[in-house]
Structures are given as C-alpha cells and as structure tokens.
Design a protein around this ligand. Structure first.
Ligand SMILES: *[C@@H]1O[C@H](CO)[C@@H](O)[C@H](O)[C@H]1NC(C)=O
Ligand SMILES: *[C@@H]1O[C@H](CO)[C@@H](O)[C@H](O)[C@H]1NC(C)=O
Ligand SMILES: *[C@@H]1O[C@H](CO)[C@@H](O)[C@H](O)[C@H]1NC(C)=O
Ligand SMILES: *[C@@H]1O[C@H](CO)[C@@H](O)[C@H](O)[C@H]1NC(C)=O
Ligand SMILES: [Zn+2]
Length: 674
C-alpha cells in the first residue's frame, strides 16, 4: 500500500461521511486489545497527543493541544524513572515540511513543561487487589507535558502533529480539517431531543403501551416515528465499547470522541479536571458564528448532569457540578465565548445557592444580574410574561421528579424538602413542570430572542435512563411517552408559529440500555402464587405473549391505566442481584438492590418485587461493586425531520452528528472576523 493518501473529508452528503471517516483511519494503528491500557487513546509506549490520532475539526474551531510523555517501569519494586526532560513538537500540512508547533501557530514562547505522576492500574488483579488479598501495586507513571491553548486551523486539509522524544523516538497524530459545504437547505432552528439511555426496544415498548392496534395493526405510530428520515448512530467512546452520557453527549456537542465522564475535553492524565485539552462546543461556535441565534437547554435531570452540561461546559469529570454551574454563565475564562444560554430549565438547585454552590456564591443572584428572569415552579414558568428576557428555571434540587410522581403520585414527593430555593420546603411533583411545559415555554423565549436568526435547543428526557438503571420499567415508559407527547406539542407549536418549515427536529438517544421484551406477563398471577417455579409460569412467551392491557381512550397519548393485569415481560442483558415481579410501584421509584455490610449488593427485600422473595430471582452478572443495571453497546436511532434532515439517514458515528448539525445550521465556515 502506498503512503497515507487522504482526500479532504467532505461532509456534503451523508453518503461520504463514514467512508471518509474510515479513509482517515487507513494506515493508522488499530486500537489495542485490553481493559487496562496505560491511558486511553495513547497507543505509543511513551507519547500521547491530544486531540488524538484521526481527529476531525471544522475550519477555525478552537482546540487545545496537549502532548504527554510517560516514563515508567513495569516492575513496581523499582523506583519510577525520571520524567522526560525535553521533547520537540512539530506539525506539517498535506505531508509537507515539518514546522515547529510554536512557529506554525505563531506562539511566542513555548509553553512550560508540566510534571505530574499517575497510577496505571494495569490488570484485574491490581484493580481488585484488596478483594484478592494480593500486594499488587499500580505502576507509577512520571509525566512531562506541554499544553498549547486555544489553537485553530482555518485551512482545510490534512495535518500531522509529531512529538520527537528520547533518542530517535517519535509518535504522530493525524488531523483532518474538513472542507466546509453550504447546506442544501439551511435550518434556521434546530431542536435536538435526547432520550437518555433509550434503545429501539424501548421505542417498540412505548408504542405498544401508547398506541391502539386492531388485528395486530397499529392505528398510528409514535409521533417521532413518522419523521422523514431514520438513521443509526454508533455510540462507543474513544476507549470503551460502552459509553456514558457524558462522553456521548460531548461527541454530539463537539465532533470528537470522548472518554467516560468527560465533557468538552480530551482526558489527559493529570488530576486537575479543568486542565484537560478542550475542544469547542457547537453552542460556543454558534455564539461566535451566529451570535444572534438563541440557545436553549432543557432537561428533566439536574441541569449539571452530563447531557445538558455537554452544551455549556468543559471538564474531565462530569461530577464537578458546582463548576459546571459557573461555566453556564462564565465558560472557561477567556477560552472562547461562554455559552450563556438564553433558556436553561432543569433541576439541580443545590449548585445555585448554599454550601454546594461554587465558593458558596448565590448563582440565582448572578444569573439575575446578567439579565435572567428566574422561575422556580410550574406556575411561574407557564405564567412567564417576560418572554424577551433570558430565562432560568430551576425546579428542584437533584433530578426532577419523574412523570409518575409529577402526574399520578405527587404524594410520593411530600417531605422531599427539595424546593429550589433551598428553604427546606417541598418541591411537590404537581408543582414541577413536565418536559412538554418546559420545552414549549423555552420555545416562546427562544423565538422572541432569536427572531429571524432562529434558535438551537437541546431538550432531554433524562429519566428514561435513570429509571432503566433501576429496572423501574413503567416509570421509564412514561418518560419516553412524555417525550413523544412533547414532540407532538412542539410540532403543533412550530406550525402555529410559522417555524415548522425552518426547523430541523432530531430525536435520538445517547446510548442504549439492553432493554427488550420477551413476552407478556400476568402481573396478578405472579403476586398470588408462591412457588418459585410457578411464578415463572406467569410469563407468556411466543404464542402466549398476548397484548398487555394498556389503552389510551382519552387520547392524551398516555395509557389511562398503568396497572393492568397483563404487562410486558421485560428485562435487560445485565443485572445486579434482584427480584423481578413485573409490578408498578405506586409508592415511588423502585430500589431493587440494597448494600450489605460487606459492601456487596443484593436483592432489596423492601423493593416491591423483593418482598418475601416475591418474583423471579435475577442473579447478578455484574462486577461486585455495581448496584444497578448498566448501559449497553447497541447503536441508537436518529429520527430527523425538516431542513437538512436527509443528512441524518444511514449509519454514522456519534461524533459525526456534530458535523451534520453544523452543516444544517451553516456554521461550518469561519466568519470574516476569524
Ligand atoms: C520535570 O521532571 C524532570 C525530570 O525529572 C525535571 O528535570 C524537571 O525539572 C521537572 N520540571 C518541573 C517543572 O518540575
Ligand atoms: C481475603 O481474605 C479474607 C480474610 O482473610 C478472606 O475472608 C477472603 O476469602 C480472602 N479473599 C480471597 C479472594 O481469597
Ligand atoms: C486570557 O486571560 C489571561 C489572563 O487573564 C491572559 O494572560 C491571556 O492573554 C488571555 N488569552 C486570550 C487568548 O485572550
Ligand atoms: C395525597 O395526600 C392527601 C393528604 O394526605 C390526601 O388527601 C390525598 O387523597 C392523597 N392523594 C392521593 C392521590 O393519594
Ligand atoms: Zn445512565
């Protein structure tokens, strides 16, 4: 094979994207086998470059570059060798001459070398040394590093960054700066709905609950199932098959693969979660290239959670909620324009005021000072008259309550002391807005503020994932059905407001749970028969997998009765130790496991299904420290409707979603001032 022949990556049509993606990888080293690498996306024995090999950028998009050199001895009885003292970093374009990196980016002084160490846990035996009573120690790695901040390359083409270290050693990473294309049909507005942790199995189940069928034929599909285009998104992260919500949302928001727990950065090996090399967010790019466009973030989670935070924040650790709250307003110093969304609606009040807020500052006051109208309950959200003001809605500490507790069992929220003012009062379920209330209220403000420049909104049904983690299937279905009703109401709003033709609507997930249905189950039989084997007979498979008893006769999109006799026999491919009796808990979300004194997780006797061993015993097939169901690897759906929706058909990777949205919005090209 000849050298690295790379043609300019064209994102003009969906057909070329994945092909082009694999072209960049041609002749590059394959990811190695193994669960305990020294460091993710670091195939060289000593050198790492971030962004890593085969990264792709829009022309002019900001990024930080970090080079790390790793010195170590695998024999842990020996002292750690000294860090590398010197190394040289160079870059070339289109296989031309190598140029010193500082010269290329017109940087006057080379960044100083930073040193630190990190522990490389290199095996299962070392990870679980305490459990195994062995004396295995992690390998200490001495790091020398340099970081170049806020770089950009405006000329499309192929670039290669190389680090030369030690005698005659080098490692290089290849980058592609894409050739921007005008969209065939520009989208004035983009609404990205993310149904967290939702796989195709969940969509099928939600349809079975929410839609009428006759002779086995559905009268109607779910609203989003009727969209014009359907694509298939590959969700794995840079160094793990199974992704979390942070790096998957971050891929959508940046066009780069991520590592578990990262938002808007490539993970480096230092302890500091805020020094990792950043990549520019779609929302930051909108602020630079279409500054009058309005931006909205809506979620039923705490708003510092991974999926919403991915659109405002840069951090190695998604759990740095106080800093994430600060970044909503202030970004990362002067790295680039902070996002300062026009609308931000979610839970997570504990990081706005009180002891958990950054430096105990009152962020409600800071948001007010920077022009936000602040609302704290459903009534004031729906009654919002200040539609031309920026809007901050914080409705609860922690995650917002789920649809069940907001609509059916508000009494379960009595005593939660979760009022967003942190005054110790309750945030009752009935006083919290639903996803539809939040999304439509956001649209009112976004339309007013974006005007002819339009808007970008991310709206998340967060608790599909959260309830699936706990095997509370009924609550998970309700969250997904709520999203579908929200989409229906959104389309109605867009049509009424003359925005429908100009709005690209995307409905996707960030990753899967391995949810599926294998039959139906008589939920009464299982509760009234005590023999363990007899309980299993409540499950009807194949020809006995008859329809469940959910009907929507009042046409609100939700089943009228959540407690029918026959329900779906559902499960996932992984579970901690628990019991499953296929019941819906009226007393609040399920808690299927409980921790023992030894730190193991076993079936919770207080869980509705666990009582007296009621239900089918599901033995754990997870590592000993896992107390809940885990995400899974399957690709996720992408439903797309409106201008440029055809970009989202076929199969592609999560990082490519960024480039597709950027093309639809026409923000691929650097502005004149860049
Ligand atoms: C980094 O480590 C090298 C090698 O041990 C040492 O020579 C150098 O002084 C260190 N630099 C800093 C800034 O600590
Ligand atoms: C580790 O030691 C403890 C205490 O002696 C013992 O109970 C346990 O079985 C040992 N674990 C293994 C995996 O050998
Ligand atoms: C960012 O701010 C720092 C300190 O305030 C300053 O030294 C640096 O030059 C600024 N960088 C840019 C790109 O404005
Ligand atoms: C909720 O609690 C109130 C007061 O205890 C009670 O009157 C009401 O019936 C309860 N509602 C439901 C739906 O259980
Ligand atoms: Zn999850």
């Amino acid at each position: 094979m000849r050298g690295i022949a790379i043609t300019v990556l064209s994102l003009a049509t969906a057909a070329t994207t994945v092909l082009a993606g694999s072209k960049i990888s041609a002749n590059r080293p394959a990811d190695p086998e193994g669960q305990y690498p020294r460091f993710g996306a670091c195939p060289d024995p000593h050198a790492c470059i971030f962004p890593p090999d085969v990264s792709t950028f829009l022309p002019g998009a900001f990024f930080d570059l970090r080079v790390e050199l790793h010195a170590y001895d695998k024999d842990t009885s020996k002292p750690t060798p000294a860090a590398y003292k010197e190394f040289k970093t160079v870059i070339r374009k289109d296989r031309g001459d190598w140029v010193d990196i500082n010269k290329f980016f017109k940087i006057k002084s080379t960044p100083k070398i930073e040193n630190w160490t990190f522990d490389w846990v290199d095996s299962i035996e070392t990870q679980f040394s305490k459990f195994l009573n062995n004396t295995n120690k992690p390998i200490e790695v001495a790091v020398a590093s340099r970081a170049w901040r806020k770089l950009k390359i405006t000329t499309p083409g192929d670039y290669e960054v190389k680090v030369e270290y030690g005698p005659k050693k080098s490692y290089s990473a290849k980058y592609t700066i894409v050739e921007p294309k005008k969209p065939k049909k520009k989208a004035k507005n983009v609404i990205l709905f993310i149904s967290d942790g939702t796989n195709v199995g969940m969509v099928t189940a939600a349809r079975a609950l929410a839609r009428k069928h006759t002779s086995g034929k559905y009268e109607k599909l779910l609203t989003f199932e009727d969209f014009d285009h359907l694509g298939h998104v590959i969700t794995n992260s840079i160094d793990s098959l199974v992704t979390d919500s942070a790096n998957s949302a971050s891929s959508y928001a940046t066009g780069h693969k991520g590592t578990v727990n990262v938002l808007g950065v490539y993970a480096d090996s230092s302890d500091d979660p805020f020094d990792d090399p950043k990549v520019e967010l779609l929302t930051e790019l909108i602020r630079r290239r279409q500054p009058k466009k309005a931006i909205g973030i809506v979620s039923t989670a705490y708003g510092q959670d991974a999926t919403p935070a991915a659109w405002t924040s840069h951090t190695r650790r998604r759990s740095t909620s106080a800093e994430i709250t600060d970044q909503i307003l202030h970004g990362m110093g002067n790295w680039t324009n902070p996002v300062v969304p026009d609308v931000w609606l979610a839970g997570g009040a504990e990081y706005f005021t009180g002891s958990k807020a950054l430096n105990k500052k009152n962020y409600y006051d800071l948001f007010k000072k920077s022009g936000y109208n602040v609302v704290m309950d459903k009534k004031s959200l729906l009654g919002n008259k200040k539609k031309s003001d920026k809007l901050l809605g914080v409705f609860r500490t922690g995650n917002m309550d789920v649809w069940f507790e907001r609509n059916l069992f508000s009494n379960n929220t009595v005593g939660n002391k979760a009022h967003p003012s942190l005054n110790g009062a309750d945030a009752l379920g009935v006083d919290q807005p639903g996803l539809s209330d939040m999304t439509l209220s956001a649209l009112e403000v976004l339309k007013k503020r974006g005007g002819k420049d339009g808007f970008f909104m991310m709206s998340e049904a967060a608790s599909v994932d959260k309830q699936l983690h706990k095997f509370d299937f009924s609550r998970a279905y309700a969250e997904l059905i709520e999203l579908d009703v929200t989409i229906k109401n959104t389309i109605k709003w867009l049509k009424k407001n003359g925005e429908y033709e100009d709005t690209l609507i995307l409905v996707t997930a960030d990753h899967s749970h391995s949810y599926d249905v294998y039959g139906s189950v008589d939920s009464n039989y299982i509760m009234t028969h005590d023999d363990a084997n007899d309980m299993r007979n409540a499950i009807g498979t194949s020809s006995h997998s008859g329809w469940p008893g959910y009907f929507d006769t009042n046409g609100d999109g939700f089943p009228d009765n959540w407690f029918p006799k026959v329900v779906l026999a559902a499960g996932t491919n992984n579970s901690p130790d628990r019991h499953e009796a296929f019941q819906t808990s009226p007393k609040g979300p399920r808690s299927p496991t409980v921790e023992t004194k030894e730190g193991l997780y076993v079936s919770n006797p207080k869980d509705i299904a666990g009582k007296l061993g009621r239900g089918i015993h599901v033995e754990s097939n997870l590592p000993i420290h896992e107390d809940q169901g885990q995400h899974s690897m399957s690709d996720v759906f992408m439903y797309a409707n409106g201008p440029s929706a055809d970009l989202f058909k076929k199969t592609y990777e999560n990082w490519e979603v960024f480039f597709k949205i950027a093309e639809a919005l026409d923000i691929q090209r650097p502005g004149k001032h860049e």
